[in-house]
Structures are given as C-alpha cells and as structure tokens.
Write a protein that binds this ligand. Structure first.
Ligand code: PRP
Ligand code: ZN
Length: 288
C-alpha cells in the first residue's frame, strides 16, 4: 500500500550522496535515524520517504513510480532514456563525460578510436557520439570500476565521468575528449498528482529557498549620504535596500542582499564610493 508520502530516491553512495542529503536536511526535513544498511528513511516532520539506491537504477524506479522523484546525475537520465521529467537543477555535482586513454599513448584526434575497444557504463551516449563522428570502435559495457579496464587489458580506452580528475590520474589515464557535461538534476514521475503534487510543490519551494540563500549574502555597510543613490543602484536587494541614519551626521547604514557571483566586483565599487565597515553575512534561507 502506498503511504501517500512523497518518495525521494537518492544515490546510496557516490558523488551525489552527501550533497543530496544536505539539500534534504537544509530543507528542514528530519529523517528517522536508520542504520547504514537501511534502504528507506522516513521524514519525521514532513511527509516524505527517502530511498537509498544505486544511481544507475534511479531513472527506472522513478519511471515505474517506485519513487516519485529522484536526485541523480543527468548522465544517468540521458543514458537510461526513461520517461521521466527533469524538474530542477540544484547546481551541484557538475562533471563531464569524457573519453580517456592511457597516459603513455599518443593522441592524435578522434580517429585514434577507430578499431579500438572502449570500456564504459554509458554505451548509449557513447554509441551516439561515435556514430555522429563516424568512428568505428567496439563498446565494452561494464557497470563499475571502468577506469581499471585499460590497466588490466580489458580495453584500450574508457568513457566515463570525470569530476576532479583524480580517478583518471590514479589509474594513469588522460582525458582526451569531453563528450558532454552533466550535473545533478531532480527528476519526477509523470504520474504525480493530488496530495503528492502538493507535497512536491512544498518541497520545491523549500529547496529553492535553500538554493537562493546559498548564492546570496546579506551585506551591511556605512556610507556617506551623498553616495547613497549610487550605492543603492549597485545593491538593489530583494526589493530595495534598507537605509537608516547613523548617529554621525551625513552618514547612513545600508542593508541589502548581494549575489555571490557579482560579489568582489561590487565590493570594489562600494569602496570607491566611500563605503566603510562593510559586513557580509551568510543567509540561511531566502524566500523571494
Ligand atoms: C564517477 C566515476 C568515477 C568518479 C570520477 O562515479 O565513475 O569513478 O565519479 O570522479 P573524479 O574525477 O572526481 O575522480 P559516480 O559517483 O558518478 O557513480 P558510479 O560510481 O555509479 O559510476
Ligand atoms: Zn552508478
């Protein structure tokens, strides 16, 4: 029997696990403490269940409604080609899907792969790329530890996820072609409706509040009154900045919100406009 809770599939262990769980926790969801081997954990204060699965299986489970939504690498969604919708991009686990060869081998372009054997867990994505580029290579599908294949003579090259690149280095491989880029996505079943849709909307609202907060900082500063107009233009804030007079005549205190991406640029300009005592404070949640 379906409990009516929204079931969220996350990667049991791997690149996405920790950040996925952080996102759920920062959304204010407390989960029952379960042992490491437990596959399901229930929300104590929010109607969800978290299912811990292999990332490769998540698209299938969501398509079959075993889970309602999943947090998974876009690479798995593209490879598995299941009927699910990508509903959000939380902005973490950015990586590339690349071809890599032994460091000792010389690389002279894509034709290198003609007649070679390539090990991968992503045969569909790779086949499409090879066909598009008219390369005739043999794809050897393996489900894990792809990076050891060349070293043990199982393949000439690999096609796999590269994030920091340390897996490649420790296996004496070098990345020679980036085929596509990937990141974490939230996927949803196409059959969510009624009360579950309502829980999902609430959850997405919370997730957005967490993600918005992460990109923004609260900023406080003191400025001479004659610069206030220019500073306000630099720091529009959520609606407009708060401005309060200081005890010292001709000066005001200004509070606003600044995006992390523009941060250093803006700080430089603020100093040029005579701003002093600039404080920058992290924001925990932000509802826009
Ligand atoms: C991927 C991939 C590599 C590793 C690369 O595993 O298989 O092992 O990440 O990361 P690096 O460049 O930082 O060393 P992933 O967690 O995506 O899932 P998997 O173990 O199911 O392949
Ligand atoms: Zn996997």
């Amino acid at each position: 029997m379906d409990s009516g809770n929204l079931k969220i599939a996350v990667q049991k262990s791997g690149r996405l696990s920790e950040k996925s769980m952080t996102l759920i926790k920062e959304s204010g969801i407390r989960l029952t403490q379960e042992g490491k081997l437990k596959l399901v954990s229930a929300g104590q204060n929010f109607p969800v269940e978290v299912l811990f699965l292999r990332d490769d299986d998540i698209p299938q489970y969501v398509a079959d409604n075993v889970a309602d939504i999943g947090i998974v690498g876009e690479n798995e969604v593209m490879e598995k080609q299941k009927p699910v919708d990508i509903i959000d991009r939380p902005g973490f686990a950015k990586c590339r899907l690349s071809l890599a060869i032994p460091q000792s081998m010389e690389y002279n372009g894509l034709s290198f792969f003609n007649g070679r054997k390539i090990a991968t867990s992503y045969p569909k994505i790779l086949q499409k790329f090879l066909t598009e580029n008219k390369i005739g290579a043999e794809i050897h599908e393996i489900s894990g530890s792809v990076e050891i294949a060349p070293g043990i003579g199982l393949a000439d090259a690999i096609f796999d996820i590269v994030s920091s690149g340390s897996t490649l280095i420790s296996n004496r491989l070098k990345e020679v072609e980036v085929v596509l880029r990937s990141e974490a996505v939230i996927i949803a079943s196409r059959d969510i409706s009624g009360p579950k849709k309502h829980i999902l909307d609430q959850l997405l609202f919370r997730i957005h509040a967490v993600l918005n907060a992460g990109n923004n900082k609260y900023i406080l500063l003191n400025a001479p009154n004659e610069s206030l107009e220019k500073i306000t233009a630099l720091l529009p804030g959520m609606k407009s900045p708060t401005i309060m007079p200081l005890a010292e005549k001709g000066w005001s205190s200004l509070h606003s919100v600044v995006n992390e991406n523009d941060f250093w640029d803006i700080i430089q300009k603020l100093k040029e406009l005579g701003a002093q005592g600039i404080l920058v404070i992290p924001i925990e949640k932000m509802i826009v």
